[in-house]
Design a protein around this ligand. Structure first.
Ligand SMILES: Nc1ncnc2c1ncn2[C@@H]1O[C@H](COP(=O)(O)OP(=O)(O)O)[C@@H](O)[C@H]1O
Ligand SMILES: CC(C)(COP(=O)(O)O)[C@@H](O)C(=O)NCCC(=O)O
Length: 307
């Protein structure tokens, strides 16, 4: 498929060459920290793709902060810090949380005086009891499974500079929202919000998540590859997290492995793939930046929105 006309398209080498200054250091310590949360991340991609993205984000935040100052001066209001919000979208299992954590580490290391926080939209899924009440337990991740009103309200509070804004927490372990557990977002310079719905336009709301994001990234890859990553992650989890008796998939991890993988394939085909095709992929060309990945999560192409 040809690239959308409103984007500049770069092969990895072209993208790397754009960033000539290389003024952002990645120390050995920094690389260790990245390897610690995901050993498989390509350090070459960190240098060639993610560091230039961090540089671009720095330029965007400087521009954003300047515009906030100009606007408050025009309105004769008192200057205040407005968090810059980065949205990260894409399919289930495409690597959103990994990319979000990577950017969190890089931004925190490169801009030590800045407060960077990270949140995922999973926390705004309705809890299982509510999903069951609505008869949509098998639609987790679809637009109707999120409490969008709460998510919008949360973003509005963060943007308006409120202290200690609470975000509910979803646990993949128990496959549900954890009651009375919250992440606290307290006046960050940058908030990264990661989730399949960060570029979506919910049918029943006037305001969208994207009204609060200042830069949006879509992680892209071929559907078959994403399915493979989904199954691989499931297999990894079978040997780790699913071994915990409190895990939702504990029973399954202790039955026939082949059967368990068949179930995961069914979940992909029945839930996550339709959601990707119907609700996630159509939002791709709203993103400011599209990162395209190929085998082994290596990046082969970057698209930057022109206008
Ligand atoms: N850049 C990457 N390099 C290597 N593996 C990755 C990378 N990004 C994601 N993965 C792996 O792909 C799987 C899905 O990634 P994850 O970040 O959990 O996806 P998502 O948050 O989109 O569901 C995980 O097993 C993760 O370890
Ligand atoms: C909670 C999720 C909708 C969120 O996906 P994520 O943002 O973590 O990629 C997803 O992990 C999920 O549970 N999907 C439903 C089907 C499944 O069990 O994979």
């Amino acid at each position: 498929m040809s690239d959308p006309i409103n984007y500049y398209a770069f092969k990895k080498d072209e993208w790397k060459d754009l960033y000539k200054l290389r003024s952002i250091p990645v120390t050995t310590d920094g690389l260790k920290q990245i390897k610690a949360f995901n050993d498989e991340i390509s350090i070459q991609d960190v240098r060639d793709v993610y560091i230039p993205i961090v540089h671009l984000l720095d330029l965007c935040t400087q521009n954003f902060n300047q515009w906030q100052k100009t606007k408050t001066a025009f309105l004769d209001k008192q200057d205040r810090k407005v968090p810059f919000i980065i949205g990260i979208s894409g399919s289930v299992a495409v690597g959103k949380s990994t990319t979000a954590r990577l950017l969190e580490v890089l931004l925190s290391r490169c801009f030590e005086d800045k407060k960077i926080q990270l949140i995922t939209t999973d926390g705004f899924l309705y809890n299982s009891a509510e999903l069951k009440r609505r008869g949509i337990m098998d639609r987790k991740g679809f637009p109707e499974s999120y409490d969008m009103k709460s998510l919008i309200n949360f973003l509005n509070e963060v943007k308006s500079g409120k202290h200690n804004v609470k975000a509910p927490v979803y646990s993949h372990d128990v496959y549900d929202i954890i009651p009375d557990k919250f992440d606290i977002i307290n006046q960050p310079d940058v908030l990264i919000i990661e989730g399949i719905n960060t570029l979506q336009l919910p049918s029943n709301q006037q305001i969208y998540v994207s009204d609060f994001t200042d830069f949006s990234i879509y992680i892209d890859a071929d559907d078959d590859l994403i399915e493979q990553w989904y199954i691989e992650r499931f297999e990894e989890l079978m040997d780790t997290a699913f071994q915990n008796p409190s895990n939702y998939y504990y029973e399954m991890a202790h039955t026939d492995r082949k059967k368990a993988i068949e179930t995961a394939k069914d979940v992909w085909q029945q839930i996550n793939l339709p959601n990707l095709l119907e609700n996630i992929k159509p939002t791709k060309t709203r993103a400011d930046l599209i990162i395209h990945k190929t085998d082994n999560h290596r990046i082969d192409k970057i698209l930057l929105r022109k206008y």
